[in-house]
Write a protein that binds this ligand. Structure first.
Ligand SMILES: *Cc1c(COP(=O)(O)O)cnc(C)c1O
Length: 452
């Protein structure tokens, strides 16, 4: 069979609301052209993020009913611990309310002034937590990863030579750990190869450095390894996942991605001394060791989510449906970051809106145009998000993030048609100016106006 179908049927439906163009015009004006400021009810198809927006399965929902809400030693905790141990091989598992809570605990312990933390590309909360501790976050992505139109099977790989040079330059003593983000969210959702993880591990071993994964999308990354890396095609995804985790000393995980839940996170550790100190911080700000800021029902849903996410029919559908959106956009003449990533398609907004210079926000103009045309919400990742204080980001992108198991192929076909229609009339997209912005992270709350 050629058609890859959604490997589920739908038991509960959530209506989405059509709006008229006049209504959307008014909604945009009231929100000052910032899509973070509109009500989700006014969005037809929401591609703002894949984080916490997935649909849970019938088994996850039945887990919710089984949730044990005991303060200490809840049955649900042991269900989660067993599921994560079997998947990752990690003995020490700390539950947190989401990924950034794991990051906050980890970098409070190993960060601090004078410390340097390398990564392929730091996600924004990881970078913020490292910098908050006083340490410095350094990105060492391979050069291929920074060129949108270039095709490479593992554009999320770390530049191993650059890592060697950094260690030689600053000394291993100032590097508390090396991190790899799988898949590389900030760099287009691109995967890291097993060979690259092994090579980084060897460098870490030579210098006595721990290796940590930012493992939010570990299953999507493992599936790319199976599909693209020589010699991996016949291995079960579960075995690849296990090898990825076996190669490292710890991991931070947001379960809102490959955990297939709406809230939750994990911190995985091997070092017993680090575990003891992390346990103290967990109790101080998240909660007791067997719930970590979550309800028992959340732990049950996570345990089942980590089982389902490594099902290969799920991963085939997941990766193929993102790729489908990317292929159709390319065929319509829309430049995207190539090849398509795991959880999102990134449109090259500078190419799309070649008549709009960066200071008038081509990505924001496209996001506004998409909502106006079709009620679709996407996310600007360019000069609005990263250009505050006169900085110039390397790329002007618009991210279409795909929530897990939420939209069907006809929803995606509608998105493709809408983008093609906006592309055909792209000269009409209007430049924007900022009329009000906060001192930092302006993309969430800034107000815009459309220029003539
Ligand atoms: C989402 C994400 C995080 C942070 O997780 P939250 O659950 O949003 O706190 C960290 N790293 C990566 C790569 C992510 O995608």
């Amino acid at each position: 069979m050629k058609t890859i179908i959604e490997p589920f049927r739908i038991k509960v439906v959530e209506p989405i609301r059509m709006t008229t163009r006049e209504e959307r015009e008014e909604i945009l004006r009231r929100a000052d052209f910032n899509l973070f400021r509109i009500h989700a009810d006014d969005v037809l198809i929401d591609l703002l993020t894949d984080s916490g927006t997935g649909a849970m399965s019938s088994l996850q929902w039945s887990g919710v009913m089984k949730g044990d809400e005991s303060y200490a030693g809840a049955k649900s905790w042991f269900v989660l611990e067993k599921s994560v141990r079997e998947l990752t091989g990690f003995e020490h598992i700390l539950p947190t309310h989401q990924g950034r809570a794991s990051e906050r605990i980890l970098f409070e312990l190993v960060g601090g002034p004078g410390k340097i933390v390398p990564n392929n590309s730091h996600f924004d909360t990881t970078r913020a937590n490292i910098e908050h501790s006083g340490a410095k976050a350094v990105d060492l992505l391979i050069a291929e990863g920074r060129q949108p139109a270039l095709r490479h099977p593992f554009k999320g790989n770390m530049d191993v030579g650059a890592l060697e040079r950094l260690i030689a330059e600053v000394g291993a003593a100032s590097i508390p750990l090396v991190m790899l983000t799988v898949t590389n969210n900030s760099g287009g959702g691109q995967p890291v190869s097993l060979e690259n993880i092994r090579a980084v591990r060897r460098v870490c071993d030579r210098h006595g450095l721990p290796l940590f994964l930012d493992a939010c999308r570990f299953a999507e990354n493992a599936y790319f390894i199976k599909r693209r890396e020589p010699g991996q095609a016949d291995r079960p995804v579960r075995a690849i996942v296990r090898e990825m985790f076996d190669l490292c000393d710890g991991a931070t995980i947001s379960a809102k991605k490959d955990g297939l839940v709406n809230i939750g996170g994990l911190l995985l550790l091997r070092d017993a001394n680090l575990v003891r100190r992390a346990d103290e911080l967990l109790i101080l700000t998240e909660g007791f060791l067997t719930y970590g800021g979550l309800a028992g029902r959340d732990l049950e849903a996570m345990a089942q989510g980590f089982e389902e996410v490594v099902h290969e029919d799920y991963l085939q559908y997941r990766i193929r449906s993102t790729e489908y959106l990317g292929e159709k956009l390319l065929a319509a003449g829309v430049q995207i970051v190539e090849p398509p990533g795991g959880h999102a398609i990134y449109i090259d907004a500078a190419a799309f809106c070649s008549h709009i210079p960066p200071e008038h926000f081509p990505g924001q103009a496209l996001v506004v145009g998409l909502y106006r045309e079709a009620g679709i919400r996407a996310c600007e990742i360019g000069s609005v998000m990263f250009g505050q204080g006169g900085r110039r980001p390397a790329m002007e992108l618009v991210r279409l993030a795909i929530p897990r198991r939420v939209y069907t192929q006809s929803h995606i076909d509608y998105v493709i048609e809408a983008i093609a229609a906006v592309h055909a009339r792209r000269a009409e997209l209007r430049p924007l100016g900022i009329i009000e912005e906060p001192p930092s992270l302006r993309h969430f709350t800034a107000r815009f106006r459309e220029r003539a």
